[in-house]
Design a protein around this ligand. Structure first.
Ligand SMILES: Cc1ncc(COP(=O)(O)O)c(C=O)c1O
Length: 390
């Protein structure tokens, strides 16, 4: 993981914007910009025009996010009944959902079927037995493991069958009367290299053709997972260029195959900004320490679970010295940034975290029973609603 981007100072307009939100709602805050979310969705759609996008709810499970993506026609990747519950009030058709957790309880299957969700992911033959009672109503995607060194989070260690196991699992499904519609994979989250997607697509295509030589019903769906990266370095990541080789590879597949993807991070990361306040300061040796009202047990939990380093911004300008930004809990692990060059901050100053939509609020805890960051929704820079909680 490269070093962290730090922005020192802000324009008057920017400062006023953050100060206004902090004054209205208090801190800590997580601010969702709906228009940014829509822009991300449209960008990825343009970069992968023939791919149906199912937002991976786990990345940021808030109704306001789902509502926004529902309005622009996204599908939803659901991994639990809790995630499904968030969709109920939005009247999303079950047909626009896929259940992607490879290991399910019977209650998960029944809840999903009741919702109208019929596509389930598995990665081993024993999981087929759970789906067998519902065989007439389910279509199955078989997840294949592709280990990835270029992804920050390898998601094929825990899930995915070996390529060599595919034919036997398909035969077992046929024996049980279950239709395997196709294959799926996840090359790992925050993938730095589209070559991993390309290779996985090519290998899955080859395996699907091999299976189709003997299968009673052909495999004709390929789910290319997530992994599309967020721009944590604020370098102006070009998703169109990132996806170009993926597009080219998909164009070589049979025209009647159905291609889908499960993006999480790319869609939500830049749409959310964290606003925290300095609640205390001290000099430890000659190093200034600033204690914020949010930290790694809260919105910055992705620094632990997701290995992310969010770009930070202080609104004050001036000569800098190595400093520490710490979270509010009593634990020493609760440090957001060490050896970070900052101007002298004062208690009450705001510290801004950028690109903080993915795997942030989703993985926080209530350690010390400190309050969660309040979730506020804005539209075109105007406060639209204050969506506290789900
Ligand atoms: C099954 C599945 N699909 C999709 C995603 C979303 O991946 P990303 O956020 O990298 O786009 C994840 C992330 O954990 C996942 O486990």
């Amino acid at each position: 993981m490269p070093g962290r981007k730090v922005i020192i100072g802000a324009s008057d307009r920017e400062s006023a914007f953050y100060e206004d939100l902090a004054t209205r709602y208090g801190t800590p805050l997580l601010v969702l910009d709906r228009q940014r979310l829509i822009a991300q969705y449209r960008r990825l759609q343009r970069a992968l025009p023939d791919v149906d996008l199912y937002y991976a709810i786990k990345a940021l499970p808030y109704v306001a996010v789902l509502q926004t993506l529902n309005e622009v026609g996204a599908g939803f990747d659901v991994a639990s009944s809790g995630e499904l519950d968030l969709l109920v009030d939005l009247k999303v058709s079950g047909r626009r959902t896929i259940h992607t957790h490879p290991v399910k309880r019977d209650s998960d299957i029944r809840d999903a079927l009741r919702f109208g969700s019929t596509t389930f992911v598995i990665d081993n033959a024993s999981e087929l037995n759970k789906l067998q009672p519902y065989r007439g109503r389910v279509g199955v995607l078989l997840r294949v493991s592709f280990r990835s060194e270029s992804a920050v989070v390898d998601l094929s260690r825990k899930f995915g069958c070996l390529e060599e196991e595919i034919p036997d699992i398909v035969r077992e499904a046929e024996r049980l009367g279950i239709h395997i519609r196709g294959l799926s994979f996840h090359v790992g989250s925050q993938c730095g290299d589209a070559g991993r997607h390309v290779e996985a697509i090519q290998r899955c295509a080859q395996r699907m053709q091999e299976v189709n030589a003997f299968a009673r019903a052909p495999l004709a769906t390929l789910d290319i997972g997530g992994g599309f990266p967020a721009d944590y370095a604020l370098e102006g990541l070009d998703i169109e260029a990132f996806c170009q080789p993926i597009r080219k590879t998909l164009a070589e597949l049979p025209a009647d195959w159905h291609i889908l993807a499960e993006p999480g991070r790319y869609l939500v990361a830049p749409a959310v900004t964290s606003i925290t306040r300095v609640i205390g300061k001290s000099l430890r040796g000659d190093i200034p320490w600033y204690y914020l009202d949010d930290g790694v047990y809260g919105s910055y939990s992705g620094q632990i679970f997701d290995h992310a380093r969010y770009p930070l911004q202080v609104l004050r300008d001036g000569p800098t010295k190595p400093s520490v930004l710490a979270g509010p809990t009593c634990d020493s692990i609760d440090i957001i940034a060490e050896d970070i060059a900052l101007p002298e901050l004062e208690t009450g100053d705001l510290v801004i975290g950028h690109q903080m939509g993915a795997y942030t609020a989703a993985t926080r805890t209530r350690f010390n029973l400190l309050p969660d960051a309040r979730f506020v929704v804005i539209d075109h820079g105007n406060q639209e609603s204050d969506a506290v909680g789900g």
